[in-house]
Write a protein that binds this ligand. Structure first.
Ligand code: AGP
Length: 600
């Protein structure tokens, strides 16, 4: 979610740090900062918004002779985007930059405050530097202090730390979030970055650090704490690097869904309950209904959530398309929790719907991927999806993390209303923990969608059909195809086909049938048989072989329908992308579309 750079050497430290952060801009951020050490003094510069704000600060007041430094672009997960919350974070004499989420930061912060440490930010990151100094003040040994610090942290933490106590060293550690260390092309140079792009052209030999690997860098070289590392050669193309070697940002974002879901659940999934820092259980007090309002893909995650809220929280839930809701003179009652869902937090129709709910005096909650957006500044409460920037116009990881947050919220409310048995809760928590695995893409799956895509480049249209939560998933699959292939497709409740649409059934009508084993399989199977009997061309996606389909994408057998949901989602996203590739379309920037529709 965030970007990290670090430099130690004889060249212009601030230039490397600022240029490096610019190369990480594509990852999205809301604030940035650098800390540079020269002549045993540390200067720090931080700025909100775009990097040129930081650059101005650095260029007007920095000297040039810094020996080392660290830099960071922040995508807010804990605490509003403010200068105080921007990294690097200071203790008394040390600075740290961090990518990830410290799950146990609350207890660490409390412990450190009781020991007299003063905190200035709302972030989880700040505990790292105070913990380090606390140990160093006791042990008077920075290496031992760094090790002791790392041992206390839980969650995901890739960090760079500099300290006046050791003005020639950068301490580093990787756990969860990515971190790369490189030998600079100039001698005595060591470079750090959270992805390849800032290093291209400045280094050849790099170590893509594995979890649990850390060390200390000086101009003499790199001392690793253990041998679990190997040297690689850096790619030469920045564009290639920004897409992490994938062809499109959309492809990269489909593949990173497993990782971002881990981030999305960090600190929220404990052994036996769901935790949300951002809201309080009282949010559901006095609430008898949840009304969800959104657009596009976000509407589809909302529709999915409506099944989960009624099934798991036993709360009535309905979902409205924001552009319809705005003008229907809706009846709003104060016992309704109004939930808006938006990747960007700027969609005009959704924002206006939110404002209408506020005016009507309803409690409002936004599920959003961008902190400090219009919606997060308007709603009473915000839950961030932590998907990181989504560059592809066709939404993928935003939908996935929205659905995860909403599923967790359904369990959170179910527990708060005491309508969820402990057995049911642990069954759901177990399934949630399995989701990252369900989102890992098997090469055979991708190859299958590539092969199948050649058959679906024409025809008079597609039906995507499913039941229950697989109906909104069918809607999402149809939208993905429409958006990037420009072929007509519609998602439809499988049980509704016989009420008219089946008149379209013929070999040129392509039906993508979502057939989960764990939810209404027999019902969906009979719906598909009705279509097959009328010679429709059918591609079924299921863990169970189904010989009446013309094409078949097999997913893994699991014990929970939501795991089937996410595996099928991957298949739908890849199939749409591969069809679009064959049609020669711009996968990342489809015609007529914008990433955020900020007008009516
Ligand atoms: C989905 O692939 C599209 N990009 C579009 O439907 C999008 O979901 C919709 O415009 C809502 O955007 P938001 O989530 O930023 O509010």
């Amino acid at each position: 979610m965030c970007g990290i750079v670090g430099y130690i050497g004889k060249n212009d430290t601030t230039k490397f740090l600022l240029d490096g952060l610019k190369e990480l801009e594509y990852r999205g951020y809301d604030s940035a900062g650098i800390a540079v050490l020269g002549d045993k003094k540390i200067d720090v510069f931080k700025a909100l918004g775009k990097l040129h704000n930081l650059e101005e600060k650095v260029n007007t007041s920095s000297s040039k002779d810094y020996e080392l430094g660290i830099g960071h672009t922040r995508w807010a997960t804990h605490g509003q985007p403010t200068e105080l919350n921007a990294h690097p974070h200071l203790g008394e004499y040390s600075y740290v930059v961090h990518n990830g989420i410290i799950e146990n930061y609350k207890e660490l912060k409390e412990e450190l405050i009781n020991l007299g440490h003063k905190f200035v930010s709302q972030t989880d990151t700040e505990v790292i530097v105070h913990l380090f100094e606390n140990y160093n003040n006791k042990l008077n040994d920075t290496t031992k202090a760094f090790h002791s610090t790392i041992e206390r942290l839980e969650g995901a933490f890739s960090i760079l730390l500099i300290t006046k106590a050791e003005p020639t060293k950068i301490f580093f550690f990787k756990h969860g979030s990515p971190l790369i260390v490189a030998k600079g092309n100039d001698e005595n140079e060591v470079l750090f970055a959270s992805s390849d792009a800032p290093l291209i052209g400045l280094a050849n030999d790099v170590v893509y650090l594995e979890d649990g690997v850390g060390g200390i860098a000086t101009t003499e070289g790199i001392e690793f704490f253990n041998n679990n590392y190997s040297w690689s050669t850096l790619p030469t193309s920045k564009q290639f690097a920004q897409k992490n070697g994938f062809r499109f940002f959309m492809e990269k974002e489909i593949y990173e869904q497993s990782d971002v879901v881990v981030d999305c659940m960090l600190g929220r999934l404990s052994d036996n309950e769901i935790l949300f820092d951002e809201i309080d259980k009282s949010l559901i007090d006095g609430i008898n209904e949840i009304k969800i309002c959104a657009c596009g893909t976000s509407y589809h995650s909302g529709l999915t959530a409506s099944y989960l809220f009624e099934r798991l929280s036993k709360i009535k839930c309905n979902v409205e398309i924001a552009s319809e809701f705005r003008y229907k003179d809706p009846l709003l009652t104060k016992d309704t929790l109004f939930v808006v869902i938006s990747q960007s937090g700027e969609t005009a129709d959704t924002l206006e719907a939110l404002k209408m709910a506020k005016v009507a005096g309803l409690k409002t909650l936004v599920i959003c991927n961008v902190d400090n957006s219009s919606m997060t500044r308007t709603a009473d409460a915000t839950i961030l999806t932590r998907a990181g920037i989504e560059k592809g116009v066709a939404s993928t990881k935003a939908f996935t993390t929205q659905t995860i947050v909403l599923w967790m919220l359904a369990l959170y409310f179910g527990k708060a209303k005491n309508v969820l048995t402990n057995d049911k809760l642990s069954e759901e928590l177990h399934a949630l923990r399995e989701v990252p695995k369900s989102l890992i893409i098997d090469d055979n799956m991708h190859e299958k969608t590539k092969r199948l895509s050649k058959r679906y480049l024409h025809g008079h249209g597609f039906f995507f059909i499913g039941r229950d939560v697989f109906f909104p998933l069918a809607l999402e699959g149809a939208l993905k195809l429409k958006e990037i292939s420009y072929l007509h497709a519609e998602g439809y409740p499988a049980g509704e086909m016989k009420h008219g649409p089946i008149a379209l059934a013929d070999p040129e009508l392509f039906t993508i049938a979502l057939m989960p084993q764990n939810l209404l399989y027999d019902k969906i199977k009979s719906n598909v048989e009705e279509l097959s009997a009328r010679d429709s061309t059918i591609c079924s996606i299921s863990p169970l072989d189904f010989d009446l389909s013309d094409d078949f994408i097999k997913i893994n057998e699991t014990d929970h329908y939501m795991l089937e949901f996410f595996e099928m989602l991957i298949a739908l996203q890849l199939l749409s992308m591969e069809i679009s590739v064959r049609l020669g379309n711009d996968v990342d920037m489809p015609r007529n579309l914008a990433k955020s529709v900020t007008v009516e």
